[in-house]
Design a protein around this ligand. Structure first.
Ligand code: NAD
Length: 356
């Protein structure tokens, strides 16, 4: 198979982990006889420094003309401490999502058995949990009208959804449920919010086309509680942008480390694959970032954008084997990990590559 991939490392540890993600794609191409070609594009702080723009048109064009994008992260301490900065790295991320029409963010939360002890949840509650979140990405309070009163003392943000936006992500989530346990949980706040009532009505309409899928509705507060109490109750979950933002970060903690979780942002065109973590200011340049989220993002890319299931599984298996062999990066090591098994970004990347 011939495919063109754009690598977009972005800022901080995004630069460090994406190198490993790309090497994994190269190894897969060599091993399975595919031909992947690459281009690189700027986003975030590095793009602002080079061009003044957090997502230059040239980057967007490269992404549009590719078959998939492997992205790192954006963010720089300079902006975190200056909320008034007009040009900001995360504007690049929001623009990329909007311009590429990436309306669905998929976050698989699947635990590797070897890492059960790294979670703050008891292993017996956690073992076997396997959740696939669908977070809507282009609507909600992030894109609704917002304003501040003239005296600066009152502000509002508008939570807004159209039926069309709910329907298209609902179909993606129902389709995924059909390929898994045929269970879907829709999360809203329909007891209070009008946009949530539209959300729920639309989900119910789409459900008529999927009679085999067992549909459950939960309010977001209840869902947040069940996620900690009984994570195995979830299979596929679909929710809006704000609730999804919060719930998926909560879910990332049941998985133990930010460094292990991948995500896919998809729409009807090019898909973007990225770790859920940010640019990791505190560890940038130290060579200790866990590259597994980027590697697992590459696995998602192979599966979802290219339909290469065996190749994707080969990557996930390699990560599993590395963990089984006892190797850890610092973030997933514990008191029982021998010092010689704690590896840096490149070294653990090599361990993964050698097992593909
Ligand atoms: P972060 O995800 O960068 O880091 C949170 C903590 O997890 C840090 O202690 C970090 O060292 C650790 N961590 C994260 N990824 C790791 C990895 N691969 N290996 C080992 N440890 C890892 O979140 P933050 O510190 O809140 O934000 C830092 C910057 O990233 C901010 O500028 C923020 O705006 C940005 N950010 C970007 C994205 C994105 O690009 N998608 C997402 C979240 C945050």
């Amino acid at each position: 198979m011939k495919k063109h991939i754009v690598i977009v490392p972005g800022d901080g540890i995004g630069q460090e982990v994406t190198v490993v993600g790309k090497k994994v794609l190269d190894k897969i191409a060599a091993k399975f006889g595919h031909e992947f070609t690459y281009d690189e594009a700027l986003i975030g702080h590095v793009a602002i420094e080079a061009t003044g723009n957090p997502l230059p048109d040239e980057s967007l064009e490269k992404m549009r003309n590719s078959d998939a994008v492997l992205f790192g992260a954006v963010g720089h301490p300079k902006y975190d401490n200056d909320p008034s900065a007009k040009v900001r790295p995360e504007q690049g991320l929001l623009k990329m999502r909007k311009e590429l029409g990436l309306y669905a963010n998929l976050r698989p939360i699947k635990l590797f058995d070897e890492l059960l002890s790294a979670s703050s949840i008891k292993p017996e509650i956690l073992k076997g949990a396997d959740i696939l979140f669908f977070r809507e990405l282009t609507g909600d309070v992030y894109f609704g009208e917002r304003a501040r009163s003239a005296d600066g003392n009152t502000a509002y943000d508008t939570m807004i959804y159209s039926k069309y936006e709910v329907e298209r992500i609902a179909r993606k989530a129902f389709d995924a449920a059909m390929t898994r346990g045929k269970k879907l949980m829709s999360v809203d706040k329909a007891n209070v919010l009008e946009s949530s009532r539209l959300w729920r009505e639309t989900i119910l309409e789409v459900a008529k086309d999927y009679p085999e899928v067992q549909l459950e509705h939960q309010f977001v507060d209840a869902a947040a509680m069940i996620l900690i109490k009984d994570p195995k109750r979830f299979d596929v979950v679909v929710t809006g942008n704000l609730f999804g933002d919060i719930l998926t970060d909560e879910a990332s903690q049941i998985a133990g480390s930010m460094g292990m979780l991948a995500s896919a942002s998809i729409g009807d065109g090019t898909g973007v694959y990225e770790p859920i973590h940010g640019s990791g200011h505190d560890i940038t340049g130290k060579g200790v970032a866990n590259p597994m989220a980027s590697v697992l993002s590459a696995a998602l890319l192979l599966d979802i954008s290219f339909g290469l299931k065996a190749e994707s599984e080969a990557v996930i298996n390699a990560v599993d084997q590395v963990l089984k062999a006892g190797f850890r990066t610092r973030d997933i090591a514990d008191a029982t990990t021998p010092a010689d098994k704690i590896l840096g970004t490149d070294a653990i990347g090599e361990e993964i590559l050698s097992r593909i």
